[in-house]
Design a protein around this ligand. Structure first.
Ligand code: NAD
Length: 391
């Protein structure tokens, strides 16, 4: 069938298998051109099908020949409905790894559940014995707690008082003001239950108890800080509370793993167009300005450049980790540079619907967004008939 993008708000409900495979291969090819590194032998990547998790897996596999198991929650094609982009990405990744003689296994299901943890442990036991690295890169709107059966939703709200800020409708280019309500205590707790560190800790406990976490193993999760512009609705909002919890969990896990020479850490990554970040008001406008300024200064990076830098230059460089005063790795260092942020600040008050195209990289944002779903890639013939069913 002919597959076209169908955009509904901040999500595209169709994905293109050939386009997704092309975008994955592009990241693989880029990685192969970089110097290799001496990384982990075996890694588990939780949230491995898109965004930072996918890029982590590619950086490890093709930068260091790491055997990986990837866990994700994606939908296969059904009738006229295409599979989700993460499904196509994961098939393309697995095929490319195996073609190079590298181990890659995919596990599709709810990472928050006991069943998927058990299935993953069985796969590690059967195929790898143990893992030396666990990457935790989940971004989810909800979580059903495996012990209580209660379902929590993550909400994007300010805390203490409502927040009004500038935002953009990426599709129409309309710049407007958006007001975010402030969260109740229950909503804050619920967001922390979804995006905080409890599930990460449960994964590490399950892996330890099953004896599949190697002595000296490392684990890493991802956070975001960002500038003052996004602070009221991101870092000081509900999602920021969840990130505080995730970061506190890293300290707890670090104490536990430290006994065997292992460690748990947090990497602060750059703001990036992904399926998750597209859903956050204000952020797409900030990213459009950020991309413009970073491209002009020759500092622009995508997920793969970030994850390559994280694995190669930081985690597996052989040098002591450089951490900030909250024990975080900072690969948002270019984003947060004084010159980058002051350029964005200068433009923020001026940007409006009329000057959006010239002042920001909204075009770059749009094409990155389409590419997340395998669309807008010049090398792909979108008029060609394609089978949406890829297994
Ligand atoms: P993403 O939406 O691209 O990826 C999310 C992944 O989680 C996918 O693989 C998806 O399948 C998986 N997933 C979601 N729910 C699941 C479930 N129940 N079971 C199994 N898998 C599930 O997100 P992303 O932007 O790459 O975010 C990953 C992490 O990086 C998050 O912690 C996020 O906060 C952090 N981060 C993102 C940015 C950014 O700008 N995008 C910046 C810094 C840090």
């Amino acid at each position: 069938m002919i597959i076209e993008p169908r955009i509904r708000g901040f999500i595209c409900t169709t994905s293109h298998p050939t386009g997704c495979a092309f975008a994955v291969q592009e990241q693989i090819d880029w990685t192969k051109q970089q110097p290799g590194f001496d990384g982990p032998k075996n890694a588990l990547v939780i949230g491995s099908s898109t965004g930072y998790g996918l890029a982590s897996r590619i950086a490890l596999t093709f930068g260091s020949s790491t055997s990986t198991i990837g866990v994700f929650f994606e939908k296969p094609a059904e009738g006229k409905r295409t599979a989700t982009a993460g499904w196509y990405n994961s098939v393309a990744f697995r095929d490319a790894a195996r073609k190079d003689g590298l181990y890659a296994e995919n596990i599709n299901g709810d990472a928050f559940s006991n069943e998927i943890k058990d299935q993953t442990i069985e796969t590690i036991k059967k195929d790898l014995g143990q893992v030396d690295l666990v990457v935790y890169s989940l971004a989810s709107p909800r979580r059903t707690h495996p012990d209580t059966g209660e379902t929590y939703s993550a909400v994007l709200k300010a805390i203490g008082q409502p927040y009004t800020g500038k935002t953009v409708n990426v599709q129409t280019g309309e710049v407007s003001e958006v007001t975010m309500d402030f969260a109740t205590e229950e909503e804050i707790d619920s967001t922390v239950a979804v995006m905080g560190g409890e599930d990460w800790e449960m994964w590490i406990s399950s892996l330890e108890n099953a004896g599949v976490l190697a002595s000296g193993a490392q684990t890493i999760a991802y956070t975001y800080i960002g500038p003052d512009l996004t602070r009221p609705m991101y870092r000081d909002g509900t999602i920021g509370r969840a990130k505080d919890h995730l970061e506190a969990t890293a300290r707890t896990l670090n104490n536990r793993l430290g006994g065997t020479g292992g460690r748990a850490c947090i990497s602060t990554n750059k703001a990036m167009v992904t399926q998750s970040s597209a859903a956050i008001p204000v952020v797409p406008l900030y990213i459009s300005l950020l991309y413009k300024v970073m491209k002009e200064k020759g500092l622009h990076e995508g997920c793969i450049e970030q994850m390559s830098r994280l694995m190669h230059d930081r985690l597996y460089s052989g040098n002591p980790l450089q951490l900030d005063d909250h024990d975080r790795i900072r690969i948002d260092d270019y984003e947060m540079r004084e010159d980058i942020q002051s350029s964005i600040n200068e433009q923020w008050d001026t940007v409006n619907t009329d000057n959006l195209e010239s002042l920001t990289d909204i075009e770059g944002y749009r094409s990155e967004f389409l590419k997340l779903f395998g669309f807008g890639i010049p090398e792909i013939d979108y008029s060609a008939d394609v089978d949406p069913e890829v297994t």
